[in-house]
Design a protein around this ligand. Sequence first.
Ligand SMILES: Cc1cc2nc3c(=O)[nH]c(=O)nc-3n(C[C@H](O)[C@H](O)[C@H](O)COP(=O)(O)O)c2cc1C
Length: 171
Amino acid sequence: MKSLVIYFSRADENYFGGSMRYIDKGNTEVVAEYIQDITGADLFKAERKIPYSKDYMTCIKEAQDEQRRNELPELVKELSDIDGYDVIFIGGPIYWGTLPQPMFTQLSKLDFNGKTIMPFSTHEGSGLASVVRDIKKYAPKAEVKQGLAIAGSNVRSSKPSLQKWIDEQLS
Ligand SMILES: Cc1cc2nc3c(=O)[nH]c(=O)nc-3n(C[C@H](O)[C@H](O)[C@H](O)COP(=O)(O)O)c2cc1C
């Protein structure tokens, strides 16, 4: 089975258990790379052409405005098809209760008919929030498996839970 991870992740300033820090690699990117280690999946990162601000509080506001306007921002690069893949992992940080809008830019361009989807999130308390429901809007004919939510502070030790989730859902 050939797998692909489609994800969004933002480095720069983020919130870690009560304080703000600049980081080089976002939480979801760490998870995406673990999934790659476990499954051999290819990675595709949905990158906003105009990145969100590095400053956390500004980014929060930009993402909220974009979601309220239901905008699908332009990406640096788009995947045109997923024909060669059976299993698609779809994940990102929770932004205001769901995936960041750049993920929906990408999902809206793809045909998930007959694919198996493995939804995941990283978050600061919301779990999967509306991720599974919102993915299904863009993939009505896919088999969507049970999702996995990983809290930001657990991301770097999440490989065993990722392995378990993948074994359980894809066996
Ligand atoms: C714009 C924005 C909105 C967020 N909204 C939520 C939220 O609604 N619920 C939540 O649990 N965490 C929220 N977070 C926290 C992120 O989901 C969390 O830090 C995530 O692990 C970041 O992933 P990344 O480093 O891959 O970008 C938000 C963060 C940002 C920047």
